[in-house]
Design a protein around this ligand. Sequence first.
Ligand code: TRP
Length: 345
Amino acid sequence: MDDKSKSLKRLLTGIRPTGPLHLGHYVGALKQWIPLQDEYECFFLIADIQALTTHAENPGLIVQAVEDVVLDWVSVGLDPTRSNVHFVLQSEVRELTELTVYLGMVTPFTWMERNPTIREERKHLKKSATVGFMTYVVSQAADILFVSHDPNQVKSSILVPVGEDQAPHLRDNNRIASAFNKLYGPTFNRCNALIGDVGRLVGVDGQAKMSKSAGNAINLKDDPETVKNLVMGMFTDPKRTSADVPGTVEDNPVFIYHDAFNTNVEEVADLKDRYKKGKVGDVEVKKKLIVALESFLEPIRARRADAKKNLDTMDVLSSGTARARELAAATVERTRSAMHLMRLP
Ligand code: TRP
């Protein structure tokens, strides 16, 4: 990496590799990462250890998903061939497991129990929560804080662009950083959350959140036939038994998607107008949505196919991870010495 890239402000964000990425990931997070590549040294983390907090019994699925995430990221325009953009495999940054232990010493367990995202996710676990699950927020703090500059040398903060469900984790990250700095002196920068404007995208079934586990997702890599079927089966206004019944546009998934993906603003306004008056059928609204989604997805599929042919995903991960380890090793050393851990000759 050239010297210019090294002096850039730093950004870190991540994703759990549990399957291919979908439209919800795109509007909630990915979309806003792309322009940031022009301004920051970027660490895009594939959090395979964190994926084990919910998928420990299915490690094979994680391996497949790591490959998918790399290709999905490239397909939407992240560019790991730039010297300032690094794709990082969490489990291979061994220093992170060490940093997690150190940070755990200043983190009250009650913070984990009270974290709203943890509470919500815990409800959906099929078994009782593991130690790894209950403390993954500490591990996520290590993921973020390893890219800290030495606060004695550089006053800076780490930018973390994420979906809104991650906000509690970033708050805890900063509480952990502050608790550590207060006890042991300035060691970590704080992070700044950058939350996506769409928040979360509803699923095609009208459920609050698009997710792979709910089976209500349109994946970035889905083929046109799959997309068509998902849209034609999409949940709309249930009160509308025929095309001449006036419909509700607010909170209606088809219109949420039109707003998010249809760049033809007049067409969307016209469809909404006619929908409210009972002058358009669901089928027309859906067909126009399919056209809009296709013009969004087609270039993404093309870039994915190209990457699949021309990009060595393991190579990309190795070089990104090497840069991450360089920083993580320095951070671990700073952390150990702040904590007065001894160094044997
Ligand atoms: N918790 C994030 C998710 O579920 C993934 C993640 C792991 C992450 N480490 C991170 C996000 C660090 C931001 C920063 O998608």
